[in-house]
Write a protein that binds this ligand. Sequence first.
Ligand SMILES: NC(=O)C1=CN([C@@H]2O[C@H](COP(=O)(O)OP(=O)(O)OC[C@H]3O[C@@H](n4cnc5c(N)ncnc54)[C@H](OP(=O)(O)O)[C@@H]3O)[C@@H](O)[C@H]2O)[C@@H](O)CC1
Ligand SMILES: Nc1ncnc2c1ncn2[C@@H]1O[C@H](COP(=O)(O)OP(=O)(O)O)[C@@H](O)[C@H]1O
Length: 598
Amino acid sequence: MPKLSNLLNEKTNLPVALYSSEQVYAMEQAWFAQGHDSFGLMKQAAWQMAQQIEQLYARKCLHTNVSNNNQSNYVETQERRVSVWVGNGNNGGDGWLVAYYLQQAGWRVQVITVGFAHCDFEINDVTETADVSSAPTDAIKALKIALSADCNYQRFEDHLNELNNYRKASLQADIYIDALFGIGLNRAPEGIYKQAIHAFNQSVRQKYALAVAVDVPSGLVASTGEVFDQIAILADVTLCLIARKFGLHTKDGADYSGEVLDIPLIPYETVSYRQSCQSQDMNKLAPVAMLLTAAHSFNARRQNSYKGSYGHVLVIGGNRVNGSQGMGGAAILSASSAMATGTGKITVACHDAFHGAILTSLPDAMTIDLHDVEGVKHLIESASIIAIGMGLGRDEKAKAIFISYVEAAMANEKPMVIDADGLYHLASLQADNHNLISELREYSMEHQVCLTPHSGEAANLLNKKISEVERDRLAAIKQCAETYGGDWVLKGAGSLVLEQRSGWKNIYVCGVGNAGMATAGMGDVLSGVTAGLLAQQDLEAEMRSLHQAVVIHGLAGDTLVNQTSSCDKRTLLVGQRGLQAQDMPAAVRHVMQLGIFT
Ligand SMILES: NC(=O)C1=CN([C@@H]2O[C@H](COP(=O)(O)OP(=O)(O)OC[C@H]3O[C@@H](n4cnc5c(N)ncnc54)[C@H](OP(=O)(O)O)[C@@H]3O)[C@@H](O)[C@H]2O)[C@@H](O)CC1
Ligand SMILES: Nc1ncnc2c1ncn2[C@@H]1O[C@H](COP(=O)(O)OP(=O)(O)O)[C@@H](O)[C@H]1O
């Protein structure tokens, strides 16, 4: 089934507020405390989702017709079939009501239940219940409404031993709706649930159908983006209820959620709603992060300027340690990416074995021997910023020069970007209880220090396992910032950015970038983009921020990958497979010129 991204056009350039599951529960509770009815909210949610599903179906058909070059009015003439998979929480309740509304609208509906006993389907009158303690839950009310309207249902369990029977009994649907688990998922789906998720995904694939998740794809943890054991619904579209969940956009989120469409329901962002809530409730409702899909536009340069107006980046890395591989490429990638952002001057302090290579690939750059300590320190005095660590090496000699250059940068009040082997040395200095760690933390309160680990480097810095960092990336980046001070990127799918010194006070999630960027050297490119932007004093604060650098880097990667859809067959294409870090500086330069910004 082709992705609908081109058709839905739901992306705006504004940052989107992201929330945890706990916050969404708190929003609901505050809403109910104001006298609003919880079942009313569920009905509204289901009604709006049914409307969205009608539109998704129409677009799916339009897409099918366009791609088949067929002018028929497919939407009007075909029977519309939907298979709704429900669990027994409120997410399942939403599913029952969506099934009901779609049936009312003329769809052929089949509900597949998971985790229900036969007796759960006995219908009593749900509308009048005097005894509040035995009142049916919203999910049961929803089930009973659907059954009263004769919605067809099958228990998934009844077909487990006889898959052929299941295939015969199950509807060949155009749309599969996942309402197994929403934000209430609190452990890995096992047994029957694991099998149901697998069967759902298989049915969608076999029938080229559209998979629509209610609120969150089942199996994805809405607050963290974690999927236990890779068992989750692979949705084409997620209809996100009430507020956008953080976990839809980081880690596994993007792979499982597909397009995310909002169904807001509660006016939690309005002043009147906030004023009517208890203040302690509202404090809890500040977004955990903001999703960024666009960069800030750059101001024009002054005509009366020269190279010195745009900063001097000193890249320190690219070492050759005895007995190990050379890493000159890291320094070249970082320097050429800094240059591509428009910085005025670059010097690369690297092992002298790589000076020839640097002059060949980047003749604009100046070079100095990495091990010429006095010479490099002298350059630190005049540079606008240092970017240190890319291919620096991990031996004791590299550690000693790292300490010496970071101390020199602090003595000269220079901003810094610390990446790769620089982060390795920081972790080791933290373990040694070295003074540099506390000095750097204090320094970072008044000066810009950007640290850019991926999960492996963050795990090393926090003395944790990578899996622990990955389980809760938000907690990990906060802990890095608390331990070491400074501004942080936790790289990966949906990179996180935390800028504690700035007035922005936000954690950002980068909503651009792609898996083609999972290749060696991409982090070096990011360090260069960051240093290059920071060096340009003519730019306003947000334009030369760490979050801006991360977005420019992601947009550059997307620009290369998106060539595939728009170019004709004679153009040399770059897609996700084979995308190289060395392709990036040209793409960074391209992105710097575009008018696609907020
Ligand atoms: N309240 C409202 O008005 C509105 C709510 N809305 C909807 O409610 C959804 C949240 O509903 P929810 O809180 O009932 O949680 P939900 O995701 O259905 O699952 C909880 C159930 O699953 C179970 N369970 C968990 N993990 C499991 C596992 N791995 N394997 C097996 N079982 C597992 C868990 O079991 P337990 O932990 O109790 O043993 C419990 O029974 C939300 O996403 C939105 O769709 C909207 O309609 C807007 C209005
Ligand atoms: N799947 C992905 N989606 C988005 N961005 C990615 C993805 N994989 C990698 N990247 C980005 O590419 C860069 C890779 O950096 P890193 O792992 O440090 O590479 P290296 O150390 O080889 O230079 C990071 O900025 C990261 O966020």
